[in-house]
Design a protein around this ligand. Structure first.
Ligand code: 5GP
Ligand code: ZN
Length: 112
C-alpha cells in the first residue's frame, strides 16, 4: 500500500520517534506548526475517523493513553491541543488516521 505513515511504521521512511507502544507510534511532524508537534498514529492502517467501528475503536483509547504519557514525558505542563483532520474539508493530507499534538505556544481558537 502506498501510504507514507505505513512506510514510517515499517521504517522505510525515517522519522524522529517520540513514543511507541505495541500498537501506537508517535513521531515529530516534518513541518512543525508549534514548538512541539507530534503525530500519533495507529500502527495498523485506518484511513480516517470515518472508519472507526466497534471492532477497531480500542485503538483510540490506546492513542489517548499514549497522548497522556507523551504529555508527562515531554513535560507539557502548560497544555496542548489534539487535532484530527478528516477528509477534504477537514484538511486531511495523509490518508492514515492520525492525531496532531501541538504545544509550546498559545494556540488560537477557533481554528481557521
Ligand atoms: P494532515 O494534514 O493530513 O492532518 O497532516 C499530515 C501531517 O503529516 C502534516 O502536518 C505533515 O507535515 C506531516 N507529514 C507529511 N509527510 C511526512 C513525513 O514524511 N514525515 C513526517 N515526520 N511528517 C510528515
Ligand atoms: Zn497507512
Amino acid at each position: 500500500m502506498d501510504c507514507i505513515f505505513c512506510k514510517i511504521v515499517a521504517g522505510e521512511i525515517p522519522s524522529t520517534k517520540i513514543y511507541e507502544t505495541e500498537n501506537v507510534y508517535a513521531f515529530a511532524d516534518i513541518e512543525p506548526q508549534a514548538p512541539f508537534h507530534a503525530i500519533i498514529i495507529p500502527k495498523k492502517h485506518i484511513k480516517c475517523a470515518d472508519e472507526i467501528t466497534a471492532e477497531n475503536s480500542g485503538i483510540i483509547a490506546e492513542i489517548f493513553e499514549a497522548i497522556a504519557a507523551i504529555s508527562k514525558q515531554e513535560n507539557l505542563k502548560d497544555g496542548y491541543r489534539i487535532v484530527n483532520n478528516c477528509g477534504r474539508d477537514g484538511g486531511q493530507t495523509v490518508g492514515h488516521l492520525h492525531f496532531h499534538m501541538l504545544a509550546g505556544r498559545s494556540l488560537e481558537w477557533p481554528p481557521g
